[in-house]
Design a protein around this ligand. Structure first.
Ligand code: GLY
Length: 350
């Protein structure tokens, strides 16, 4: 088992190892989680892993409650947030008790936001079951639900008390959901770690080490900028445009696929401004295609920019975008809001 300790407002361990799901109870006992736990999960994950986790927790003496949501982005809603916190209240959950997110990014973000807001904050544990959640959303304490106006607009920074990542869970993932996670892995390589990028490019890796490396990168970044005031924004490479593409498609394009397209659009546009060379764009496109991720979409610059301008990462005059100057290093660049449409246009044109 690999243990990576995140030093943020809360200090917590990310445990990565095959078979850890079957030790959930014992691992939870190693941190102080009270007596009652409520496991939040979805209808995909429930039949696969809930019984194992429940039995484990009960064997370790926890009283276990559960709340199941429908899988998919639509469930990251204010509606579900209210239902879950009401369920906690009806079952007399106190500040001593704990929420557990068993699932992917939607479950983790929603559960984390419930933990952040119920009784002004209770503890929660992340048990990611997708690659995307393992390498990104389960670590770092960004929790949120979506509003009509956009993704993650109602949220809080609230760190988990523990993250238990069992890569065996990835074995049951549909190919496209696994690919979504690789979009984030490729992002880490592109912005931060040439070695990681090369490993994934050559197909020469074991997944436990890839997850661990991504979590180490995230630990280093979050440790320096937990509240997203500067450095952490590098993790948004491709995300501002990606979120807009997700919304344009009414969330039919998944997060990972949209981020893949977003990274390529941004990188090609920066190439045309002379910020990076064509090799960077080509390598990025090739590696994404290798993982069956899309690199283009049918939406126009007008459609994408209108939605992107509503993104919370926009200031009043500028938008911040991440440019990979060479694979493995990046910088945050500001773009005038009025230039965004033509920037996206140049990124869409081959
Ligand atoms: N997923 C981006 C971040 O955690 O900052």
């Amino acid at each position: 088992m690999k243990r990576i300790t995140v030093e943020a407002s809360v200090r917590y361990d990310v445990l990565i190892g095959s078979g850890l799901l079957k030790e959930t109870g014992r691992l939870c006992k190693s941190v102080d989680l009270g007596q009652k736990v409520m496991v939040i999960t979805d209808d995909n994950v429930m039949p696969l892993y809930f019984d194992t986790v429940k039995t484990q927790l009960e064997t370790s003496g926890y009283e276990v409650f559960s709340f199941m949501i429908t899988n998919g982005e639509g469930s990251k809603s204010t509606d579900n947030h209210i239902k879950i916190v009401n369920c906690l209240a009806q079952n007399h959950f106190s500040r001593e008790d704990t929420l557990i997110a068993l699932g992917g990014g939607v479950v983790g973000d929603l559960c984390g936001f419930c933990a952040a807001t119920y009784l002004r904050g209770i503890r929660f544990v992340q048990i990611p079951t997708t690659l995307l959640a393992a390498v990104d959303s389960s670590v770092g304490g960004k929790t949120a639900v979506n509003l009509q106006a956009g993704k993650n607009l109602l949220g809080a920074f609230w760190q988990p008390s523990l993250v238990i990542c069992d890569p065996d869970c990835l074995k049951t993932l549909p190919k496209q959901i696994l690919a979504d996670g690789f979009a984030e892995v490729i992002k880490y390589g592109a912005i931060w770690d040439l070695q990681l990028f090369k490993m994934v490019e050559n197909g020469n890796f074991d997944i436990d080490s890839v997850i661990a490396r991504c979590v180490e990168i995230k630990r280093d970044i979050v440790g320096k900028d937990e509240f997203d005031n500067g450095l952490r924004q590098v993790l948004n490479f491709g995300h501002t445009i990606g979120h807009a593409i997700e919304a344009c498609s009414n969330f039919e394009i998944s997060h990972g696929s949209a981020v893949a397209i977003g990274m390529v659009i941004v990188e090609r546009a920066f190439y045309k401004q002379g910020v990076c060379d064509i090799d960077c764009v080509n390598r990025l496109e090739e590696i994404l295609k290798k993982f069956s991720l899309p690199v283009s979409c049918k939406f126009s610059a007008d459609e994408i920019s209108s939605v992107a301008l509503g993104d919370k990462k926009c200031g009043n005059e500028d938008i911040k975008l991440v440019a990979v100057e060479q694979i493995g290093s990046c910088e945050i660049r500001k773009l005038r809001l009025e230039s965004l449409k033509s920037f996206i246009e140049s990124g869409l044109e081959r």
